[in-house]
Design a protein around this ligand. Structure first.
Ligand code: ADP
Length: 589
């Protein structure tokens, strides 16, 4: 040892103080000097090392990178540097190898800790990348200056842009031209502040289609608060955006609608209220929303809401005419259209109502009815005189034996009867509209009334046989003339709408509580789709210009009103092409 120390010119004590291991090897690969750190590093005392070759002491280094580098250093007389793992010691070493006249000098240090940290970092980077690539969203990382340094796989797949092109040119390649400047400006102005970034832009898909995305980013700061990176995510919101646009359009329609549009939950709480509703009812949206819908329903009609609710059964109601109440308590005539609101599962969660103010229309109708009523009155007087004069002439011609002229006068009389009937119907209909159809209440023998009516009508329809079957044996309280009018209408209709038939059957029956008169014909019948409407005013199955079946569509409307006023009911059963049966049932009092 002493000898070695003397033979060398190294300041050995100094070498012992440095933090690196120092090995001196001669040309025969034997250790001639090691410092204390070297002993520690290889875990052997100096005595065990000195005088022995490196290959004997550490056979695992033969044919490794270290041995190659050492040979290289000797042969080429150049210094070199190597990082290598030495399995027996389970350590990583970093060695700098310097050739010398006597062999080699090697400075080594244990870098196992650093290597492990590097490996861990690499592993966690791989982990992060895998995580980023499997995330459902597009993820990216940017430098503090805003340059994007990483985009996950989803972005590359979505845009179809190669990673190289993407790195240098993605904004121009992917952002919608109309969004490019806005997006870049927002990004650049966010960077210096380090605030959270959020923007909605359109990004081009690989097939050229633009879709809406929301891009958000957050800065990552070090301990001193300096931004070290930006983490960003870009999420597809295309469907939501389209829905928003669609909803925006609907919202514009709703708010500009002339009709009130109001929605409510199933329990009747108002959930939306447009401007027209505000104008119509006098409540602002703030005042109405959250209130029960009974806010605008007159107290006497509160029940109606339940009825509509039950009727509805998820189908909706069109043009239901009723009355609603303003904030000041005044009433407004309205027409309601109601549709159910369903959630995404199809469950009804509320209703939407379109409420139209029909005050003006009602007023017009009232004026029209008034005019019809006035005109019919005015027509009635001259027609009555004409009829009177015709009868006078008939009698005169009869007395003078002028038989030839008689049929003409009879035809004139029949036409005038038609006119009288029409005028009477018009008058009745306008009276019903105005709620002024008057009724007498007297005992009415139903069987006798039917008999009288049939006897009166039979001569007017010689091609048909009107036969009466059964009896009610009932006397009810009612208006005999009006009930006669109903029967007349049903029988004349039966005759009119069965031009090829020969029979009309009238059947009478009674139960404990009601009497029923049914009028059956074997004529054209009524198509199913029309059956529910034929009792409406002016409703006709056939065109108004139909020459075969002239009429105004008022007879059944009047008949129905009269029957209803008697507390009864009128219904129809009909098979198209086979005939119809009208049934009137009246309560026995
Ligand atoms: P109209 O003056 O048109 O006969 P109504 O109110 O009496 O008016 O009848 C309304 C409509 O109902 C008629 O236009 C006709 O289409 C249909 N209708 C009424 N009665 C019959 C019937 N017995 N057979 C077939 N259709 C009928």
């Amino acid at each position: 040892m002493q000898q070695i120390e003397q033979n060398t010119s190294y300041p050995l004590t100094l070498l012992d103080t440095i933090s690196e291991a120092v090995f001196v090897i001669d040309t025969t690969w034997r250790f001639t000097y090691v410092n204390t750190k070297a002993e520690e590093l290889v875990g052997k005392p100096r005595e065990a090392l000195l005088g022995n070759t490196i290959w004997d002491l550490f056979p695992e280094t033969v044919d490794t990178l270290l041995s190659t580098e050492m040979h290289c250093a000797v042969q080429q007389n150049t210094s070199t540097h190597v990082e290598a793992y030495y399995p027996p010691l389970q350590k990583w070493f970093e060695s700098r190898i310097y050739p010398s006249a006597d062999g080699l000098i090697i400075f080594s240090q244990d870098i196992t800790g650093r290597k492990q940290a590097e490996e861990a970092l690499q592993r966690s980077e791989e982990l992060l990348r895998t995580l980023a690539d499997t995330a459902p969203s597009i993820i990216w990382i940017a430098d503090p200056d805003g340059t994007i340094t990483f985009h996950n796989k989803q972005w590359i797949e979505y845009t179809g842009v190669s990673p190289q092109e993407n790195a240098t040119n993605w904004p121009e390649l992917v952002l919608h031209p109309d969004d490019l400047e806005r997006c870049m400006q927002a990004w650049q102005s966010t960077l210096p502040h380090g605030s959270n970034y959020e923007i909605e832009v359109r990004n081009k898909r690989y097939d050229g289609v633009y879709r809406w995305f929301i891009t958000r980013a957050k800065p990552l700061r070090d301990a001193s608060g300096r931004i070290t990176a930006w983490f960003g995510s870009t999420t597809d919101i295309h469907e939501r955006k389209l829905l928003e646009e669609e909803l925006g359009k609907y919202a514009a329609i709703v708010s500009s609608s002339y009709d009130a549009i109001v929605s409510k939950t199933l329990d009747g709480t108002i959930t939306s209220w447009n401007q027209a509703a505000g104008r119509m009812f006098g409540y602002t949206a703030e005042e109405a929303i959250g209130q029960p819908i009974t806010l605008i329903i007159p107290p006497e009609l509160h029940q109606e809401e339940d009825i509509i609710g039950k009727l509805r059964q998820g189908i909706g109601i069109q043009h239901y005419e009723t009355i609603r109440m303003r904030k000041d308590g005044t009433r407004v005539d309205v027409s309601l259209s109601i549709s159910p609101i369903k959630d995404s599962a199809g469950t009804i969660i509320g209703t939407a109502k379109i409420i139209r103010d029909i005050t003006e229309r009602r007023e017009l109708e009232r004026r029209k009815d008034e005019f019809i009523s006035m005109a019919s009155h005015e027509l009635k007087t001259p027609i009555t005189s004409l009829k009177g004069f015709t009868h006078l002439l008939l009698r005169k011609f009869e007395r003078q034996g002028l038989q030839e002229e008689m049929p003409l006068l009879n035809k004139m009389d029949a036409q005038m009867n038609r006119l009288v009937k029409l005028i009477n119907e018009l008058l009745d209909a306008s009276k019903i509209q105005a709620g002024r159809l008057d009724y007498e209440e007297e005992p009415v023998d139903i069987d006798a009334l039917v008999q009288e009516t049939v006897e009166m009508l039979q001569p007017t329809c010689p091609r048909h046989t009107l036969s009466v079957r059964g009896a009610t044996h009932a006397v009810i309280a009612g208006d005999k003339d009006r009930l006669g009018q109903v029967l007349t209408n049903l029988i004349t209709n039966a005759v009119k709408y069965s031009p090829r038939a020969t029979n009309v059957d009238i059947t009478l029956s009674a139960s404990k509580k009601t009497v029923t008169i049914s009028v059956r014909d074997y004529g054209v019948g009524i198509p199913k789709a029309h059956q529910k409407n034929i009792f409406d005013r002016f409703y006709r199955v056939y065109d108004a210009h139909d020459k075969l079946f002239p009429g105004l569509g008022m007879g059944l409307y009047i008949a129905c009103e009269i029957v209803k006023r008697h507390g009864g009911d009128i219904t129809v059963e009909s098979d198209e092409g086979k005939g119809s049966t009208f049934m009137v049932s009246l309560p026995l009092k």
